[in-house]
Design a protein around this ligand. Sequence first.
Ligand SMILES: [Fe+2]
Length: 325
Amino acid sequence: MARSSSSGSGQLCSFREWDTYLLVPSYLIGIRSYSAHIEPNAVNVVFQFNDLSIEEDLLSEARRKLYASDGDGFFIVRNFLNEAQLDHMRKVWTNPNVCANYLLLKDLTPEIIAKVGTGDDLSIFKPSTFLGAPNQFRIDERGNSNFVNFFWNEPSDEVTYTACLYAHTLRCRIEGRPPFEEIYTFSGNVAQFSVRRCVDAATVVRPHRDWISKNPLDKDSYQLQRLQITLFLSNKENDYLGTGFKFRKNTGEDVVFGTDVEVGAGDLVFWRYNNLHSVEQIKTRDGQIGFLRIVMPPEKVRPFVQINCVLSDGRDALGIATPKS
Ligand SMILES: [Fe+2]
């Protein structure tokens, strides 16, 4: 399904209307608001390349909270989304019609992985992540779903796309990297944004750490500056029950978001990827949307392998049979 027109269902939005939702931001960690550059009676609005910079003193608070040994290991940007943006995104990502924009993937069975195999070590790759990969959708028998989006694809919702792109640039700046790194695949990694909705599961994500391999000299897998992003689109109790997102602070204390840490729908959370984290014990009552959130994992990209997307009926998604080497 293509994007709806601006006067359509109202669930998805067009290029013309997204700026209605993207009100001028003034975030705590401070990319300077464009409004600061608009003179009251100016004929021309002046935008400068410097507007993409964030002054170091504005970043220092976030970095201290994230990285100091007595820090939380997370940093919350409250109300990253305003009410209209949040309401729009909740409607989009709970609308069954949005599935039509996505490639439905079967579970990655050993047979499928073997089909992909070229003799390389595939364990570091998600077999469905490659340069130019389509957006993908998975759902299990309980209704837990995951929409995986790459920035090179046409957005199925431009408010979500823009919010995630902006969140990613903020992450890069906190990490001390160029703001647009890993949107494409030049570095071998690519950031995607996954809209995940969990309605019923005991263990959603097992406790684990990322980017902290046993070999600290392995620069590809041992990176202490790495941050994950969670954009919360749901509220505990109102939208889901149970535990949800559990996280170990730099101090070693385990906390549950929505219980021990105040967090709500519309909040953006940066958190240290190296710290132990999990998503556990989700239940919903009738009428609740579930634990709805967006996470943005950078993935290693497997270039030039195109056989690794398989439709639900077993056909190769792209119709390209790449022979094994
Ligand atoms: Fe993780």
